[in-house]
Design a protein around this ligand. Structure first.
Ligand code: TMP
Length: 223
C-alpha cells in the first residue's frame, strides 16, 4: 500500500505559477516548494519563464540585455510570448503528462502585469497574445508574492540590474497594482502571499495553500 502510486486526481499534473515584482523571492520559493513536495514523494518539474528551453533561454538573453535599451514595448511583448509558446509545447505540456506537479517561475500573468499594466499595452491585446502563446493553458494555482518597490530595491541594492530591473519606481508600482488587480479578478486561482516575511514563513504559507489541493492524494497514500 505504501509503495502504490496514487491516482492523480487532476487529469494532468498540477500546474502552479509564481508571480511578483523583481526580487520578491519567487525563485527561492519555487525551489523550496519543489523540495517539500518531493519529500512528500511527488514527481516535480521546475521551470522558469522566459526560459526552460534552448530557444526560450536565447530569447531571455535578448530581453534582459542592457544593450537593448531601444526595444519597443510591442517587440518586448512578442518576444516574451515567443519564449512562452516554446516552453509550453516543449516542456510544460509534456511535463504535465509525465509529472505530478509542474512549478513555474512566472507565466502569462507576468505579461499582463509588466507589458499590460507596466508598459501600458492595451490589456485586451495582451490577453489575445497570452492566449496565442499558451493555447489557453492556465495554472490551477498562482502565488503572487507581494513586496513593495522599496523592498525590491533594498534586496537588489548590491546586485546587477538587468534591462527590466533598471526601470523606475512608477513602472514597478503599476506592475504591483496590476498584480493586485489580477488577484482580485481571478480570486479562485490567485493567492496573495506577504513577501516581506522570512523565506521560511513565505514557504509555510505557500505549502499550506498547495497542500489544500494535494492533501487528498497525500492522505490516500498514507492510509
Ligand atoms: P525573472 O528575473 O523573474 O526571471 O524575470 C525576468 C524579467 O522579465 C523580470 O524583470 C520580469 C520580466 N517579465 C516581463 O516583463 N514579462 C513577462 O511576460 C515575463 C515572463 C517576465
Amino acid at each position: 500500500m505504501f509503495n502504490k502510486k496514487p491516482e492523480i486526481h487532476v487529469a494532468n499534473g498540477l500546474f502552479i505559477s509564481f508571480e511578483g515584482i523583481d526580487a520578491c523571492g519567487k525563485s527561492t520559493q519555487v525551489e523550496k516548494l519543489a523540495e517539500r513536495l518531493r519529500a512528500d514523494t511527488f514527481n516535480v518539474l521546475t521551470l522558469r519563464d522566459p526560459g526552460g528551453t534552448p530557444i526560450s533561454e536565447e530569447i531571455r538573453k535578448i530581453l534582459l540585455s542592457n544593450q537593448h535599451a531601444e526595444m519597443g514595448a510591442m517587440t518586448e511583448l512578442l518576444l516574451y510570448e515567443a519564449a512562452r509558446a516554446q516552453i509550453v509545447y516543449e516542456r510544460i505540456i509534456p511535463g504535465m503528462r509525465e509529472r505530478d506537479v509542474v512549478l513555474i517561475d512566472r507565466f502569462f500573468d507576468s505579461t499582463t502585469a509588466y507589458q499590460g499594466y507596466g508598459r501600458g499595452i492595451d490589456l485586451e491585446n495582451v490577453k489575445r497574445a497570452n492566449l496565442l502563446a499558451t493555447g489557453g493553458l492556465t495554472p490551477q494555482l498562482t502565488f503572487f508574492i507581494d513586496i513593495t518597490w522599496e523592498e525590491s530595491r533594498r534586496r537588489k541594492s548590491n546586485g546587477h540590474m538587468d534591462r527590466l530591473e533598471s526601470e523606475d519606481q512608477d513602472f514597478f508600482n503599476r506592475i504591483r497594482n496590476g498584480y493586485l488587480q489580477l488577484a482580485q479578478t481571478h480570486a479562485k486561482r490567485f493567492r496573495i502571499i506577504d513577501g516581506s516575511q522570512s523565506p521560511e514563513a513565505v514557504h509555510e504559507a505557500i505549502y499550506k495553500e498547495t497542500k489544500k489541493i494535494t492533501s487528498g492524494w497525500i492522505l490516500s497514500r498514507l492510509k
